[in-house]
Design a protein around this ligand. Sequence first.
Ligand SMILES: [Zn+2]
Length: 82
Amino acid sequence: MRPLLGVILAALAALLLVFAFTGGGRQLPRMAEALAAKPKPVLVQCKGRTVKGRRCRNMTRSADGYCYLHHNQGQASEVPRP
Ligand SMILES: [Zn+2]
């Protein structure tokens, strides 16, 4: 029975080491929080138009659907006149 006890103790010690190393139980709620409260912003093609009148090919995660170059086209006053 002695060798078995030694193995169990060693396993417990290793488990404790891993637990202490990873921050133990404190890390778990944070991980769950990160998983729950992070809706991935959808990557969409920019709705803006280039100077040549073509559809912008940039991809954006912006809520208005415009890339950093054309975010001003989302506002009506900034749309270039034909
Ligand atoms: Zn764009």
